[in-house]
Design a protein around this ligand. Structure first.
Ligand code: GLY
Ligand code: MN
Ligand code: MN
Length: 455
């Protein structure tokens, strides 16, 4: 059966985040907020794809992080009074008629029973209750932009100059965006989160392996996409964490190519950047390989150079190192290699400074990853590059792109033309050094060559 060998390779699915962990997250956040305040977290809006069809729903990661609640049309409200917090959830109530069409809802009782909240209310009661809560707090923690109704109520409440406000001094006088505080928490992954991320990376690795096994000259980019995304779902992921990039030949030289509608021809490298989402957690993996199963000499040189730079960057993923060391290490290896290959005619030192390397390696070496593929967390708090701490997860994804179609590369030696190679893994920082969550996905040249077309 399709994907049955991938399924047999996949380990036990990890436990979802527990109610007690959600409680711990809430308490940790609440302990950082002022007394006499209210915190509001809104679900993402639903978006129309066309006519009466909607895009698949995915809620906001902050709400997911603090509650695990993933239904649309929901708002979490938490009030802190005299040092005590209450977490309230406003949600769509049960409605048999709608549930017959759209699916079952936990409803108010189900939410109270199954999620880490203190009380549940119909979303229809939000406006009245929110206005009432806002009347008796000083600070409102709220990020604008997801729910215009809530944004307006908050703004009106802050701007209100009623007599009682002036006499009694009640009602919020400031709005503070809580997202940075939540981002700091999300940056360090718990053990339970790491298990989910490793599992998402395993699903994605097995899907990449399926693609390699099924590769041949003439395969369509869309067919590889179908194999990968089909495998994600078959293995239990909710789907992709970001639209899959499958670029054959010169399409591999376009960083976020997503048309995926061309054939991969004999001699082409295909670059596949695809990762699943499991229980909300993203994986982000890129592999680049020749569809005919054999790297040409030129492709081999570029592949091994990118791999060497990726391994050098991964080595920098250690506690206490500035995250920027990963980019410095990858860039140095690439610059030196391109000088050795005669692609860059100045020195490596100069290429790192004068933009020559950027012609072929024009993106960063990685980004935080977690509930979002490009996860939250400021890279340079107060302008200083952040140091790695245990529990952070970052992607390491150097690449080299030789798009002869680019006017600025019109003097490119034809042997490099059309080669685009990126190698990307998800790396957990631990006290014992880097732990590559996506290590199951082969990346040595020999391993890859021995897999292509074997299915
Ligand atoms: N998949 C997008 C990225 O690698 O950042
Ligand atoms: Mn990435
Ligand atoms: Mn990627």
């Amino acid at each position: 059966m399709a994907f049955s060998s991938a399924a047999s390779e996949l380990g036990e699915s990890p436990a979802p985040i527990s109610k007690s962990e959600y409680r711990e997250r809430q308490e940790k956040l609440y302990s950082k907020l002022s007394d006499n305040s209210v915190l509001i977290l809104c679900s993402s809006p639903t978006t129309v794809r066309s006519n009466d069809v909607h895009h698949p729903y995915r809620t906001s990661s902050d709400l997911l992080y603090l509650t695990g609640w993933s239904e649309p049309d929901s708002v979490m409200l938490a009030t802190k009074k005299n040092g005590t917090w209450q977490t309230m959830l406003f949600l769509q109530p049960r409605n048999t008629e709608l549930e017959i069409w759209e699916g079952r809802r936990p409803g108010l009782e189900g939410a109270l029973e199954g999620w880490a909240i203190d009380s549940s209310f119909s979303i229809d009661d939000l406006n009245g209750l929110l206005k009432k809560e806002l009347e008796c707090v000083n600070i409102v923690y709220h990020s604008v932009g997801l729910n215009s109704n809530v944004d307006q109520i908050v703004e009106d409440s802050i701007n209100s100059k009623t007599r009682s406000r002036q006499q009694i001094g009640e009602g919020p006088t400031q709005r503070i965006d809580p997202s940075e505080l939540i981002a700091e928490m999300r940056l360090i992954k718990s053990d339970a989160e790491i298990k989910l991320m490793r599992y998402s990376a395993e699903i994605s690795s097995l899907a990449h392996i399926e693609a390699m096994k099924n590769g041949y000259s003439g395969i369509g980019e869309w067919q590889i996409q179908g194999l990968i995304e089909g495998c994600f779902r078959y293995l239990g992921a909710s789907g992709w964490a970001y639209p899959s990039i499958v670029g054959g030949g010169e399409n591999a030289t376009i960083l976020h190519y997503h048309a995926n509608n061309m054939k991969c021809n004999d001699g082409d490298i295909v670059l596949i950047d695809a990762g699943s989402e499991y229980e909300g957690y993203a994986a982000d993996i890129t592999r680049s390989w020749p569809v005919n199963g054999k790297f040409s000499e030129s492709q081999k040189k570029i592949y091994n150079l990118v791999l060497k730079s990726q391994l050098a960057a991964i080595e920098q993923c250690v506690v206490g190192n500035e995250y920027i060391e990963t980019h410095k290490a990858a860039s140095r290896v690439l610059a030196e290699g391109l000088v050795d290959l005669g692609i860059i005619s100045c020195t490596a030192e100069e290429a790192l400074e004068n933009g020559e390397l950027k012609k072929y390696f024009m993106h960063g070496t990685g980004h935080w990853i977690g509930l979002d593929v490009h996860d939250v967390g400021i890279y340079k708090p107060n302008g200083i590059p952040r140091k790695f701490e245990a529990g952070m997860v970052i992607t390491i994804e150097p690449g080299l792109y030789f798009g002869g179609w680019r006017p600025d590369l019109n003097d490119l030696d034809p042997q490099w033309d059309g080669i685009g190679i990126r190698i990307e893994d998800d790396v957990l920082i631990t006290e014992n050094g880097p732990d590559v969550l996506s290590s199951r996905c082969p990346k040595s040249l020999d391993e890859i060559e021995s897999l292509i077309g074997t299915s």
